[in-house]
Design a protein around this ligand. Structure first.
Ligand code: GDG
Length: 467
């Protein structure tokens, strides 16, 4: 990949996961690590550690040819910024769950403070020709805080999650002010055209911004907008699927399936992933098709996440209850319908599990993209691929047209889709998979990286410097 020789890249995200190349890190970390290695630069973020009193001391490290810079936060910052505003306010709201969103001034204040602290800390590390790339909803105001501190560099922002409809976002106290902070960036990237349009709708209708092609204008500020779907490292993932650990996992899964077809789901334990609805859809399938029941089982891998947030504790106990009820009602001496596993596995093991599954069931209620869908596709055997059942409300649905698309709120549609997938002839499975795999291979994570950085490096920071 070619980059501008004088510019370094400064990546800023809540957490930093550069360095190890043992297959433990995801595609995003791999892509950003390789860009940083090539261009030089720094990956900055929260260390994940707490400190008594914030000092702004930067921990510099070098991992896998990449410089990382991390900073510790106070417990109150983490409560209000990370567990609070980011994960109790913005995450539910941006996934259309205003019923779960908590609007508290202290959260907003803590979010602001943490972003000021990040800006204060990272500012001295940024040199004149560097290009800054901020990631995700934890850090909307960071660009503005950097501008306040005299930073005139090109700056881009990428949102990994959906952008909510205008009327929903309007329920957030101070929404306009929050969105205004995004105008400090030169480029804003979204996963899909749909989220980009929802952003345009908000800034046009609520803030009086003007849209000129792919540029949005607010007062003196002009920002380039870009839809830029994130991908996976398809080649690496297909390689993982052929690794010894994957082969072992594949064999173990096939052996334990004793001739039955496996349906697999892999998701962080998060209400946006539609796990409850998925279990209900699967239950519907069991009830509607008693003759097929014992021909299949569902393996749901769901490592816990954000356990400090109450809504995550609730979803965990709801799912335990639901899987227990379904298994209690349907299981037999020699068959359990749902294997529900609350732990994570290494990526190579996951690849083998995906490959062993006849159906990948990826049914989020709302998802910025969803990389599990792409990983499932990349892990398949080209001669005997499985079927992806995918929610229409995942960003990935706009790219993976070969999937069987479903409305995850409809148990009936999910039940029908499972039946359709089980009956699908090999030729159709191959044809659908090939179409999906072409996309997963072509629009991979390096494609995403290049698409965004090409625009970011082109764009002059016009009008976006402090007055
Ligand atoms: C956000 C957006 C967007 C899961 N279980 C295990 C494991 N995982 C890995 C998967 C996959 C990743 O976690 C999850 O990625 P997703 O894209 O599915 O979802 P989010 O975590 O919600 O990510 C999303 C993404 O950002 C990127 O922009 O696609 O829409 O919500 O890679 O494989 N990994 C391992 N063990 C597990 O048990 N090793």
């Amino acid at each position: 990949m070619e980059f501008h020789p004088l510019s370094r890249l400064i990546v800023i995200s809540n957490r930093v996961s550069a360095g190890n190349s043992n297959g433990a890190q995801g595609g995003l970390a791999v892509a950003l690590t390789s860009a940083l290695r090539e261009m030089g630069g720094i990956w900055f973020g929260w260390s994940g550690e707490l400190t008594e009193e914030f000092s702004g001391q930067v921990n510099l490290d070098r991992k896998g040819g990449v410089t990382t810079a991390t900073v510790d936060l106070e417990e109150q910052d983490v409560e209000e910024y990370y567990n609070g505003y980011a994960n109790r306010t913005l995450w539910p709201l941006f996934h259309y769950r205003i019923d779960l969103a908590e609007y508290e001034r202290d959260f907003a204040g803590g979010y602001r403070r943490a972003n000021e602290r990040f800006a204060e800390t990272v500012r001295p590390l940024i040199e004149r020709d560097d290009v800054v790339w901020v990631q995700d909803y934890h850090m909307f105001p960071l660009g503005e805080e950097l501008r306040r501190r005299g930073c005139r560099n090109r700056m881009g922002f990428f949102l990994h999650i959906p952008w909510p409809p205008r009327r929903l976002l309007g329920t957030l106290p101070g929404a306009n002010r929050l969105v205004e902070t995004l105008f400090a960036y030169d480029v804003i990237g979204f996963q899909t055209a749909e989220w980009l349009e929802a952003f345009c709708d908000f800034v046009r209708e609520e803030m009086g911004a003007r849209i000129e092609g792919d540029v949005v204008v607010l007062g003196k500020r002009r920002v380039r907008l870009l839809d830029c779907p994130i991908g996976i490292d398809a080649r690496e993932f297909a390689g993982l699927a052929a690794s010894p650990a994957a082969r072992l996992a594949f064999r173990q899964m096939r052996d334990s399936a004793v001739g039955r077809e496996m349906i697999v789901g892999v998701d962080r334990l998060d209400y946006s992933k539609g796990l409850e609805e998925r279990f209900l859809g699967y239950e519907r399938f069991l009830t509607e098709h008693p003759e097929e029941r014992k021909e299949v089982f569902l393996l749901q891998i769901a490592p816990p996440s954000r356990a400090a947030v109450e809504s995550y504790q609730r979803i965990r106990s709801t799912l335990e209850g639901l899987s227990g009820r379904i298994n209690g009602a349907h299981a037999d001496l020699d068959w359990v319908p749902i294997r529900y596993v609350n732990q994570g596995y290494p990526r190579d093991v996951l690849a083998g599990v995906y490959r062993a599954a006849r159906i990948g069931l990826v049914t989020p209620l709302r998802d910025g993209m969803n990389l599990v869908a792409k990983e499932y596709v990349a892990a398949q055997d080209p001669e005997d691929p499985g079927v992806l059942i995918l929610s229409r409300f995942a960003g990935a649905a706009s790219q993976l047209e070969g999937a069987v698309l479903v409305n995850p709120y409809s148990a009936e549609e999910m039940s029908d889709a499972i039946m359709q997938a089980l009956r699908m002839p090999l030729s159709e499975r191959i044809e659908r998979w090939r179409r999906m795999m072409d996309n997963v291979e072509q629009q991979d994570v390096m494609w995403w990286l290049k698409r965004f950085t090409d625009v970011l490096f082109e764009e002059a920071p016009a009008g976006n410097v402090p007055a």
